[in-house]
Design a protein around this ligand. Structure first.
Ligand SMILES: Nc1ncnc2c1ncn2[C@@H]1O[C@H](COP(=O)(O)OP(=O)(O)OP(=O)(O)O)[C@@H](O)[C@H]1O
Ligand SMILES: O=C(O)C1=C[C@@H](O)[C@@H](O)[C@H](O)C1
Ligand SMILES: [Mg+2]
Length: 175
């Protein structure tokens, strides 16, 4: 079983994904992590040196590979849904959960973060709002389920995802 998490930067894909994998006894994979292993530097450095298009090419390859490695929880990069090929591949091969967060909430979480290249701008909140406008429809098109992340803690969100997967018959109900 492949469970895929999509959502904006800071929506909790890595944090929720890691805990979800532990609870389900599945390996946890993070496409950003595999990309960094492949390019041999941070995504931020690669963006600055090679540009976004080169990054998206590598991201597409890594996503194709990660959807074929067998059962796991896969956290995708925030921009993975930009390419139609990725949207199709993720939706076809996995059970896709969209962790939806309002841009204002993401701004609160990420305002001290210096690693997310798309947010290294004068007005990160405005940037997050623009990213939300552009991507919310793409996350919805890709996903099977939407989970609102505004208030719940990470462990509550893990329970919410598990409950949703049980209701859908993707997971066996817990005794
Ligand atoms: N539900 C939540 N409540 C409060 N803080 C959260 C929640 N989910 C994530 N966080 C915090 O927000 C920050 C970003 O989370 P995380 O790195 O998991 O996001 P991400 O979706 O993987 O981002 P990216 O797309 O950039 O990889 C972390 O510091 C994390 O601890
Ligand atoms: O939102 C995005 O476009 C990105 C999010 C990160 O997860 C990384 O994949 C990269 O920084 C690009
Ligand atoms: Mg992440």
């Amino acid at each position: 079983m492949l469970i895929v998490l999509v959502g904006l930067p800071g929506s909790g894909k890595s944090t929720v994904g890691r805990q979800l994998a532990r609870r389900l006894g599945l390996p946890f994979r993070d496409s950003d992590h595999d990309i960094e292993a492949r390019i041999g530097c941070s995504i931020r450095e690669f963006f600055e040196r090679e540009g976004e298009a080169a990054f998206r090419d590598i991201e597409q390859e890594v996503i194709r590979e990660l959807t074929q490695v067998g059962p796991c929880v896969l956290a995708t990069g925030g921009g993975a849904v930009l390419r139609p090929a990725n949207r199709e591949q993720l939706r076809r091969t996995g059970c896709v959960v969209y962790l939806r967060s309002a841009p204002e909430e993401l701004f609160r979480r990420l305002r001290h973060d210096s690693q997310r290249p798309l947010l290294q701008v004068a007005d990160p909140l405005q940037r997050l709002r623009a990213l939300y406008e552009e991507r919310d429809p793409l996350y919805r098109e890709t996903c099977h389920y939407v989970i609102e992340t505004g208030r719940p803690s990470v462990s509550t969100l893990v329970n919410m995802v598990m409950m949703q997967l049980e209701l859908a018959g993707v997971l066996q109900p817990r005794p």
